[in-house]
Write a protein that binds this ligand. Structure first.
Ligand SMILES: Nc1ncnc2c1ncn2[C@@H]1O[C@H](COP(=O)(O)OP(=O)(O)OP(=O)(O)O)[C@@H](O)[C@H]1O
Length: 247
């Protein structure tokens, strides 16, 4: 299979291990995610979700194991143009306006001219920030900063989106419209990997990975996880299948 083979998984994680100060935080995580899949990582606080996302995107390096995104071995700087990443803490320039932030990231992604302006408007419209384009980010609320971070991740229409808690701090109406957009992108073939604590969001994913103490305890569709655990909700399935309760 070549790196760009359409049948090759978009995300390939093989036996990833990561320890901090002698404490193992990820313990042999292997996972494949296919093209056009919406995959949710669900786990209690401290279970290793963000660490896994950081290894996936090349922000951090595994102690052992390998990561391939879109067939390419990570970490690799050139890959930044091929996926969109939204970190848990917003990586924004506070002294710049939203537009200036977007122009900066657009240049990193190689977007310019009319196409750049068109993509800036489209991404801001998804997160309902068009009316705040020229405000400095320092005047944004926490939720607005999350929304701008999401717009940056979507800016270059990447074939893979990796989103760490994308809807935290976002009100329910906008959360719903963002989910509509995510599902539409998935339907158009975008692969999406996200972390969430919101059970009804997990239910919307094609597959969910339950993570606890740095291990994937179950990976399946929401329906199959519920059936397997005899639960009627993802929340119950999560507890039965070793996801534990969020501390
Ligand atoms: N750079 C680091 N140095 C030391 N410990 C770390 C580091 N990064 C993460 N950890 C530890 O690794 C564990 C997993 O953290 P991680 O952020 O991946 O969890 P999480 O599942 O994303 O949690 P949350 O849902 O609260 O964001 C935690 O115990 C955390 O304290």
């Amino acid at each position: 299979m070549t790196a760009s083979s359409p049948s090759r998984p978009v995300v390939e994680l093989d036996r990833l291990t990561r320890a901090f100060g002698g404490r193992t935080v990820l313990d042999g995580v292997s996972l494949n995610i296919g093209r056009g899949e919406l995959f949710g990582l669900l786990g209690p606080s401290g279970s290793g979700k963000t660490t896994l996302i950081k290894l996936m995107t090349g922000i951090d390096r595994a102690d052992s194991g390998t990561v391939r995104l879109l067939g390419e071995r990570m970490p690799q700087l050139a890959m930044l143009q091929r996926f969109g990443y939204m970190a848990q803490s917003d990586a924004l320039y506070n002294e710049l306006t939203a537009r200036e932030n977007l122009v900066f990231f657009a240049s990193l992604y190689g977007l310019s001219g009319a196409r750049r302006n068109e993509r800036i408007r489209a991404a801001l419209s998804v997160v309902d920030l068009l009316g705040h384009l020229n405000k400095p980010v320092s005047a944004y609320s926490g939720g607005m900063k999350r929304r701008l971070s999401l717009a940056i991740a979507l800016l270059h229409e990447p074939e893979l989106l990796v989103l760490d808690e994308p809807t935290v701090g976002i009100d329910p109406a906008l959360r719903q419209s963002i989910w509509k957009e995510l599902l539409a992108m998935r339907d158009n073939g975008t692969t999406i990997v996200l972390t969430t604590h919101v059970m009804d969001e997990a239910d919307k994913c094609d597959r969910i990975g339950l993570i606890r103490d740095g291990r994937l305890t179950a990976v399946d569709t929401p329906e199959a996880l519920k059936a397997r655990s005899g639960a009627s909700t993802i929340e119950e399935a999560f507890i039965v299948l070793g996801g534990g309760v969020r501390s």
